[in-house]
Each structure stands twice: as structure tokens, then as C-alpha cells.
Ligand binder design. Structure first.
Ligand code: 2AL
Length: 175
């Protein structure tokens, strides 16, 4: 994708294209549009990261709360966004059997009641076993640590979604 094309988009078009690089948070794309022209996709990504970092704690928690649970209700109902659906199925999470689904659901519930936001991890940079292991270890973090970790994961998800949009091949590093 040519940056000239991106930079010439009106905000409606920009939102159509980039509105879900942060899951269900089109506000992020709407906010950074005013920062055009972007010299590169990385520059756009930096604007997004800086905007997220500038949010108060409540805003960061709000971003995390817009993410679907792994192996949760949206997955079972088929109401995930196309981006999440693709990511969760690439990580093999849509093919968990009922027995396998049990463990992340139980841990997810404990995680959510401890932090009041869902466990967020960039599943394309991970695999089923690592995700379950990370859930089990991150649940012991402090709320402050876990907010930071969750937001870092949101940025990784955003990075890969931007690469998808810009037509580059994502070289996702396995954790
Ligand atoms: C997600 C998601 O939708 N995509 C991804 O990589 N991780 N959700 C989550 N709760 O971690």
C-alpha cells in the first residue's frame, strides 16, 4: 500500500481501512488520522502507539475490555470480528475440543475477576500451549504490570494487522 494513498484518504475512508487495527476501537484510528501525512506504515504505527500511551488508565483498560475472550462467548457464537476470527483460528483456538476449552475458560474467568479486563495476548505470535502457560503465569502479575503487558500485546496485534493491511507478509516471531 502506497503511503500517498493512505495520506490522501478522508477520515471516513481511513476508518474503513484502519478502524479495527485496535480491536473494536475505531476511536484510535479516528484520532491518529489528524497526524497525517505519515512517512511510512511504521510512522502510522508509532502514532497509534503514542496515542494509546497517552490515554489514562481507564482508557487503556477500556481498550483491553474491547477484546474478545479467548475461547469465549463470541467464538462460540460466531460473532468475532473477521480479524479476531482469523487470528484465533490461525492459533488453533477455534478447534479446541470441549475438554480442551475448559482450562482456558476457567483460567480466563479467574483472570477477569482479578483484573476486571480480559486476558489479551497476540495469538499469532504464540501457540496454544504458550497461551495457556502465559495465562497461568500472568494471572500472578500485579494489576499495574498486567495493564502494561496487556497493552503491549494490543500493540503487537495492531502491528500484525497493519502489516496485513499494507500487504506485507507478517514474520510473526514465536514467543
Ligand atoms: C485476541 C484477538 O482477538 N486477537 C489476538 O491476537 N488476541 N484476543 C485476546 N483476548 O487476546
Amino acid at each position: 500500500m502506497e503511503m500517498q494513498t493512505v495520506n490522501s484518504m478522508n477520515y471516513e475512508h481511513f476508518l474503513d481501512v484502519f478502524g479495527n487495527v485496535v480491536e473494536k476501537c475505531p476511536l484510535v484510528a479516528a484520532a491518529v488520522w489528524a497526524g497525517r501525512p505519515f512517512s511510512s506504515v511504521s510512522a502510522l504505527e508509532k502514532n497509534i502507539g503514542d496515542f494509546i500511551d497517552s490515554l489514562p488508565r481507564s482508557g487503556k483498560e477500556g481498550i483491553l475490555r474491547c477484546h474478545p475472550d479467548l475461547a469465549g462467548r463470541e467464538l462460540l457464537r460466531g460473532t468475532l470480528t473477521p480479524e479476531s476470527q482469523r487470528e484465533l483460528s490461525q492459533a488453533g483456538l477455534t478447534s479446541l475440543t470441549a475438554g480442551q476449552r475448559f482450562q482456558p475458560s476457567e483460567l480466563n474467568a479467574s483472570y477477569k475477576s482479578r483484573f476486571n479486563f480480559p486476558f489479551v495476548i497476540c495469538v499469532r505470535m504464540s501457540d496454544k500451549e504458550t497461551i495457556i502457560q502465559q495465562l497461568g503465569s500472568r494471572i500472578r502479575n500485579s494489576p499495574e504490570q498486567e495493564l502494561q503487558t496487556g497493552i503491549q500485546e494490543v500493540k503487537k496485534i495492531c502491528h500484525l494487522r497493519l502489516l496485513d493491511i499494507s500487504g506485507q507478509v507478517a514474520q510473526a516471531t514465536k514467543l
